[in-house]
Design a binder for this molecule. Structure first.
Ligand SMILES: NC(=O)c1ccc[n+]([C@@H]2O[C@H](COP(=O)([O-])OP(=O)(O)OC[C@H]3O[C@@H](n4cnc5c(N)ncnc54)[C@H](O)[C@@H]3O)[C@@H](O)[C@H]2O)c1
Length: 367
């Protein structure tokens, strides 16, 4: 594939986000105001899949850096989710509150269509199932659509379920039983994913401590589960006497200070990009804290929308998300065997699947 930017193929450091992308496409349509970038990191396992982020980036460079990183992360997430899908992502530059229109979304859909199925899009920050319905009027390569249109609907259902499976695996690895009964779990952020995770935890008999900057979000949980304990914020939550810390708000929750303060023995949550910088995974391991890699345990959402490609079936998607339990255990075992933190073991397993399964395409089929 053409490397349109001439980015160095030697630079494979994860932090660069610019390693080995197959294809990057700039899309613009003056009349609708569309200014988008689609990045395909790889298609080793199948067509690339990843959401469309609609965000008011400061400039094109910032948008490009984001889409390169995000598409690479999707390749790893899709690989360990066991999907036959590669990694891709798109960004639309603009304020979704003021710039989103039918014409813009449809113009975007035509660019997605022009890739002939090399990239499937879905929702991300700033885009919703209703938007995907509009994009789908111009493209067949759209998932995450509304239930009314045969879509998978709110992906946070299986995201939360998958995080819970990852947490059960971490409990099995640490305590010798997957049950969270009697464990104190600190949930940071009880939005779409976090509040559903609390449901699973309460059902399993865990004690929940939580925080959220939104009083409304806190109230919703308190109404359903009056027994949960509410604390002021991350500082109080991570300093509390908890067994498990579940970051379910924004990225970067695990910085040096938080790791030093943490009293939990397990970290497992739904937020993306939890490690604030490279090296935090080792700090966690050095403190004897088991970290369940974020992109592994939060892959239930992509499993849910990927299922839609073949015609959505919730039971089938849930069964696949249940496998997050086994995958997480496998990562802990590989980490112990190789003497590396679980985040490193996860990357290695993802790379191995992309390489081993990807290379079978080299077998000539004779037509
Ligand atoms: N929704 C999905 O299917 C999905 C899939 C994979 C990963 N994720 C990731 O999970 C995380 C949560 O996603 P979501 O869909 O639940 O989003 P959301 O916006 O519904 O929920 C986020 C919650 O965090 C709260 N919050 C924000 N800043 C906070 C802070 N400093 N302290 C405490 N709470 C804070 C918000 O008030 C909100 O209630 C994000 O990192 C997202 O990227 C979501």
């Amino acid at each position: 594939m053409t490397d349109v930017f001439g980015l160095s193929h030697k630079d494979t450091s994860p932090a660069s986000g610019q390693a080995k992308h197959e294809q990057v496409i700039f899309c613009s349509d003056e009349h609708s105001g569309l200014h988008a970038i689609i990045a395909i990191y790889n298609t080793a396992l199948g067509p690339s899949l990843g959401g469309t982020r609609f965000y008011p980036y400061e400039n094109e460079q910032a948008a490009l850096a984001d889409v390169l990183n995000l598409s690479r992360a999707m390749a790893y997430k899709n690989a360990l989710a066991g999907l036959d899908l590669g990694g891709g992502k798109a960004v639309i530059i603009g304020d979704p509150a003021t710039d989103k229109s039918e014409a813009l979304l449809r113009a975007y859909g035509r660019f997605v269509q022009s890739l002939g199925g090399r990239y499937f899009t879905a929702c991300d920050v700033g885009t919703y199932s209703e938007d995907m319905d509009i994009v789908a009027r111009e493209s067949s390569y759209v998932t995450g659509r509304t239930v009314a249109n045969g879509g998978a609907g709110d992906s946070s259902i299986l995201t939360a379920y998958g995080v819970f499976q990852g947490m059960r695996a971490a409990a099995e690895h640490t305590y010798g039983t997957p049950s969270l009964r009697g464990r104190r779990v600190g949930v940071e952020g009880v939005g779409k994913v976090g509040h559903r995770l609390v449901d699973h935890l309460v059902e399993d008999g865990a004690e929940v401590v939580l925080c959220d900057v939104s009083e409304q979000a806190v109230e919703r949980v308190r109404r359903r589960h009056p027994q949960v304990e509410i604390v002021a914020g991350r500082l109080e939550l991570t300093g509390a006497d908890i067994d498990v810390y579940a970051p379910c708000a924004l990225g970067g929750a695990l910085d040096d200070d938080t790791v030093a303060r943490l009293r939990a023995t397990i970290v497992c949550g739904g937020a993306n990009n939890q490690l604030a910088h490279p090296g935090v995974e080792k700090e966690l391991a050095d403190r004897g804290i088991l970290y369940a890699p974020d992109y592994v345990v939060n892959s239930g959402g992509v499993i849910q929308v990927a299922d839609e490609i073949q015609g959505f079936n919730m039971d089938r998607a849930r069964a696949k998300a249940t496998q997050i339990y086994d995958t997480t255990l496998k990562i802990f075992a590989a980490a112990a065997e190789d003497g590396v933190p679980p985040a490193v073991a996860a990357d290695r397993l993802a790379e191995r699947r992309m390489s081993e399964v990807g290379r079978i395409r080299g077998i000539w089929l004779g037509h």
